[in-house]
Design a protein around this ligand. Structure first.
Ligand code: NI
Ligand code: MN
Length: 225
């Protein structure tokens, strides 16, 4: 069993009843977030890339909870330099943590810290936790290797950006769902800022029309899979 809570933008909290993993904890300065970093008790923090709307509050959350930040090498070194515990990984690699397994995938995007330093490659994250597989695609354009990722692992839940401009829009995200064939699709990375306005229900309808279940999550909502 895996509980998935959507905390807005690309931020999800995964909880298997024992451990908590937060992905891309952008809360401070996020106009749509309903909780702050002090509300987060997760001991594990995974990052798709270093852009401010993903790195977010990772370092303060890690420090407050004696937690561990899991990221690609360059970004892991960066957060370690800020005093957080970090586990360095890279694309294609997987590692078993106390909560389960993380594997980093490719993502077509960029990655720089808020002060403009190069932070390695952006990534997607495949998490196996609570007997389920959750694929957080990060910020990315569409790529056909999502088909391969879906073949390698039976994906229960896939989180896809739909806000366009910086990432896939609705049409490309629909194709991404078709490639990876997850059991359930959750849209993310939309309506946080005017430039990424998108209708998640339009996306949801289109995904359902190709035979894949989808769920538009309210901010703060939890689902169990
Ligand atoms: Ni980004
Ligand atoms: Mn982003």
């Amino acid at each position: 069993m895996l509980n998935i809570t959507y905390l807005s933008h690309s931020c999800f909290l995964l909880d298997d009843g024992e451990n908590q993993l937060i992905i891309d904890p952008f809360l401070t300065g996020n106009p749509t977030a309903t909780v702050g970093p002090d509300d987060i008790k997760a001991k594990f923090i995974a990052l798709t890339h270093a852009h401010g709307d993903h790195l977010g509050d990772a370092v303060p959350i890690a420090k407050a909870n004696n937690g561990l930040i899991i990221a690609v090498n360059e970004l892991a070194d960066f957060v370690a330099g800020q005093g957080a515990n970090a586990h360095n990984m890279h694309i294609g690699g997987s590692y078993e943590f106390p909560f389960g397994t993380i594997k980093f995938t490719i993502a077509h995007h960029g990655s720089a810290s808020p002060d403009g330093q190069y932070m390695g490659e952006p990534a997607g994250i495949v998490v196996k936790m609570g007997g389920k597989t959750f694929y957080h695609t990060g910020d990315t354009g569409l790529f056909s290797d999502m088909k391969l990722i879906g073949e390698m692992d039976d994906i229960d839940v896939m989180a896809l950006p739909i806000g366009d401009n910086f990432t896939m829009g609705i049409k490309d995200a629909m194709m991404a769902a078709r490639f990876a064939e997850p059991n359930l699709v959750i849209p993310m990375h939309y309506n946080t800022f005017p430039v990424i306005e998108a209708d998640p229900y339009e996306f949801s309808k289109k995904v359902e029309a190709i035979g894949i279940a989808s769920k538009v999550m309210e901010i703060g909502e939890t689902i169990s899979v």
